[in-house]
Design a protein. Sequence first.
Lengths: 119, 496, 325
Amino acid sequence: MKLLGLFNYWVFAVLLMIGLAALISRQNLVKKIMALAIFQSAVFLFFITMSKIENGTAPIIQAGVDNQVFSNPLPQVLILTAIVVGISTTALGLAIAVRLYEEYGTIEDNEILAMDRKP
Amino acid sequence: MNLADHLPALQVALPLLTAPLVILLRTGFLAWLAALLASLVSLGLALLLTAAVLETGTQHYAVGGWAPPFGIALTVDGLSALVLLLITGASSLALAGGRQSLRLDIDNRRAPMFYGAWLIAMAGLCGIAVAGDAFNVFVFMEISSLATYILIAAGRDRRALSAVFKYLIIGTIGATFYLIGVGFIYMMTGTLNFADMALRLNDVIETRPIIIAAGFITIGLALKAAIFPLHIWLPRAYTYAPNAVTVFIAACSTKVSIYILLRFNYAVFHGNLLGHSDLFAVFIIPLALSGILLASAIAIYQVNLKKMLAFSSVAQIGYIALAAGLASQAGLVAALLHMFNHALAKGTLFLCVVAFVLTSRSATIANLHGIGRRMPWTMAAFVLAALSLVGVPGTAGFISKWYLVTAVMEVPGWGVPLVVAIIASSLMAVVYVWKFVEVAYYGKAPGDDTAAMEVALPLRALIWVAALSNVYFGLFPQLPLALAQSGTSTLLGGLN
Amino acid sequence: MTTLLIGIFLLSLLVITAIAIVRATDLFSAVMLSGIFSLLMALNFFLLDAADVALTEAAVGAGVATVLLLAGLRLTPSTEAKGRSLRALSIGIIAAVALLMIYASFGQPSLGDPLAPAQQHVAPWYIEKTPELVDIPNIVTAVLASFRGYDTLGEVFVVLTAGIGVMFLLGGGRGKPFSRLDSKVEEGLSRHLIPKVMARLLVPFILLFALFVQFHGEYSPGGGFQAGAIFVAGIILFSLVRGERLTLAVIPPRVLLWMSAGGALLYGSVGLAGIAMGGNFLEYSVLADDPVLGQHIGIIVIELGVGLTVTGVLLSIFHAFAARD
């Protein structure tokens, strides 16, 4: 039971590393942006896992119901903000990728690098 | 409650709320003017805050009226005040001196967006400096990073785009690492407030997650602070950004990451994790040393003036990291002083680059031959700031190098080799600076043109104000020293 | 126990989807897989009692992000060249970090442990005090909008910054880029009967739902951000069917810019109003004689600001991408 309860954290670690590995190995800029999204999602999972309390419910008070156990609202609030930050980064990254394609004619990182090296 | 009590909040809110107004403006000139005014007012607020800190000690503010740790606290101590002065000062200097250069770089139609992003970047950095809450730091880190990406992407060279994409990826990884670290700490302490964290970490029996947290936070912030060898994004970003933007970010943005790194490692971990400072030193000092030596060596071989100065920045960040890694009173004072003094010198140097590029349209050293004879005023200011960078007595750079050497000498057994490394790196700084100064004064101008081509008087005057401040703070270092000492005592407060 | 097992099943799917995203060389499939990834993530959040986060992840991850990625792919090649394989050193480092994190997990409190430190200190205070101090049922909204309202102000500015960035890089905001945008997607899908009818039926309900999420956020999951994202989804559906041009006639770019800036300013001025009325920055309690009423006013106004900025920015971003050829 104790081990199963840690499964979420292992998935967090694995997703994080999948994202990181993809960020390093993929050359395509759009793919890098998707990898970045996976990388960030892993952290969302981490925080939300932390907020769960056994037999708890979403932290919304219902009238007339007493003795409810609420899961922790704070990590949820943090992740709401982090999701917004993530999508903003994605949007800006995509805009840069589009501009890069217009300037270089490719969105493969290694080809761009090769063109940069040429004077 | 009078308005002075709201200074910590206004320091952030004022530039932040000016930004949406700026993007609604219709001309580049008005947007620039609004941004400059907001920046100058922020500088004024920072000076008021500094005075308040020196007079009455650390300033606390509870946003929303909710007492910490439930609400978000703002805390301004000597260290925050020092960083605030750097941010607002660098922004004002770059905006005031960069008008002409920015007008060439950014077309009038897009300029309001650009200046809006500028103000948001500045407000974000100020937000980090006043924050007393770990998650709040993350939010403002992202605000300032996203805005900084926009500023760099405005560079005219297409390589600015590829540089900024790399910066975006690395910056986001750094910020996410930081967030993971904060998550681990929250998991074990249940709080996000820095002061509260330091208290509650004491009671944590199981420290495995905390050590992991310290690792994530340190590496994440080292990425953002461009500590060698995590600096790979920095040289290209500095080089291809618009010149005026380089003045701004080179003077303050990496310093803010170092600021938060110090805050976490000293104010939060230092007193709580057994042997943490040793671990931190073991991690950071070798990196700092290799940064100091290798980056200085790489700087010698650069053909682009901006890139040379960028690699020099990596080396200077190494000095700050080295001093901070010593984990001693003297070391921290040296680190904080060097943050301030290096910003002065680099700000001035990059402002001179703005002037050079305005007249000769290139930052490649080969195209700047003879520039010293054609622009004697600007070049003289460049030399003055370069002397401070090297650490010649009488300049600000000397003061911090002196403190650094004193602090290093205290390290048992390693004092002498460390001093040798510092001296070797300073000599390399002499070499790369001299390489440029030599061709600037004695090189043959392209096409044998020797006609004077100084920039307009206001910019020249500003450059000289900046250059003379290097001398002023070299002769009268009381203000930065007082702030550094007060910052050090709050950082090490966890120890006593 | 059942929940736990369902959770484990969903999480395993999540990992498989992530690997599939990384391995797909057709970027369109990768985008679709990303959408699935976000939906799975949202389901997980829902199982973990995070209703607000689940709603946001579904609206943002599966909705907005997918649309943005597709808009980006329209302008860039949609197949990926062969990636470089990882060097042994990188694999080693990555595996080591993963193992280290798994090792650390044995020192962490288990999932759902009510005695974990994270559930002790600050969190119970929010749950206990919200009815008394803010008096709205949704505690997440109370923390988001009031106790940690300063973070949310920052969040609005992150969104605004992204908007500024996209408009700066891809043009937009005003003038030329938007007017360049005619002919091509002029008619949208309006010649096709089924999408046309479906959209006619759906769009009003989507917009209505967005307004519900906006103004009911104090009582049920939702709030300005989710509402903005849903509203934008409705408008984008409309523009897919009826064409960009008509959409821009309904909401011109200039208006979008004013919405983006206005929402952020509205939020900020609530903060400054707090100072003007004798409280701290973003202190809503002083906005009315009764502190709880003040909290209500403050939360409604700032949520409106969030909704305005998010709608304005997301639509500007969408148009900026669509206007590019």
